[in-house]
Design a protein around this ligand. Structure first.
Ligand code: FES
Length: 104
């Protein structure tokens, strides 16, 4: 069974930026705003232990990891630059009454 948890308000993540939030189970997620839409992925790169919210760079819907320049599509989790080959987990996001909910 999945849990929905409120992590921030819609305005907390500016367009084109990344913010990191901790879920109640200890998982850290990276939240992105791309063309006005919010997306969430696991915070840790699947290649190493780099935090995408702290060290990643968002260019459109692609987040680039600072460690070895691997990259993911934040809308699908698909890896799109080597050395990343394993998809990153994505988390469904909903916004209600300005609150942002992540499902995990
Ligand atoms: S840790 Fe992210 S590309 Fe290596």
């Amino acid at each position: 069974m999945s849990t929905k948890e409120s992590i921030c308000t819609a305005g907390d993540v500016p367009e084109g930026e990344i913010r990191g939030y901790d879920l109640s189970d200890g998982t850290r997620v990276a939240v992105y705003k791309v063309d006005g839409e919010l997306y969430a992925t696991a915070d840790l790169c699947t290649h190493g232990q780099s935090s995408l919210s702290e060290e990643g760079t968002l260019d459109g819907k692609i987040v680039e990891c600072a460690w070895h320049y691997g990259a993911f599509d934040v809308t699908t989790g698909a890896p799109c630059a080597m050395p990343c080959t394993v998809p990153i987990r994505i988390y469904p996001i909903t916004v209600s009454d300005d609150k942002v909910y992540v499902e995990f």
